[in-house]
Design a protein around this ligand. Sequence first.
Ligand code: SF4
Length: 249
Amino acid sequence: MSLQALKDQIPQWAEALGFSATGFVRLDRSDHESHLLKWLGNDHHGSMDYMARNLELRVDPVGLLPGSLSAITVRMDYLPASEMTRIEETLASPSQAYIARYALGRDYHKVIRRRLTQLATQINEAASGLKMPQYVTRACTDSAPILEKRFAEQSGLGWIGKNTLLLNQNRGSWFFIGELLTNLPFFDAAKVSANHCGSCTRCLDVCPTKAFVGPFELDARRCISYLTIELKDEIPTEFSDGQSNFWLR
Ligand code: SF4
């Protein structure tokens, strides 16, 4: 199998493992570095000190896997179309509590990492026929200091919206992303999706804690996800008193 044939085969293997889309991108120093430094400088990461650690790896992930050249990016959808009606009914009901859909299933870190590892095994076996020195891959999904959304965007899996999430025209943001770092040279010309947010500001307007400082800029200290998962102290009264009880909305 040639390198190109292997590259053509990978999306099919990925699809069989449950991934909805696959992309390829050259690993290089991130052009998102200035955005990250500004975000950290504004203390928008709050108590997530780990975000400020391993900065060099975050902006240049080659250090995560010495010799790595490219990333194979994948998308896994987690919202079955059949669930949409039920979710909308739950969200509209003032008497029902709801839990983020992504958290209802099995731990996505384990699921995606296991499947990425299976994909890596297939790739490495096929690559053993190539006359190349070594074939290594490393699976990542929200598990390594790497700017995942940036690579997903650059490989054509979607665009980073004003809500700072990766978006896809068909699937919204109802999906996980992951990537395999590899020293196989799977290069595509960067094919960044167009940003389809346009003049829309719905996410900025509707956020109950006003966590968006502006488009593409999240102050994590105000984000419900941060307040309920990352923050080890009490939730500030600004967000927890009866007057602003958005938790039950
Ligand atoms: S601006 Fe509109 S389209 Fe873009 S992320 Fe926000 S809600 Fe979605």
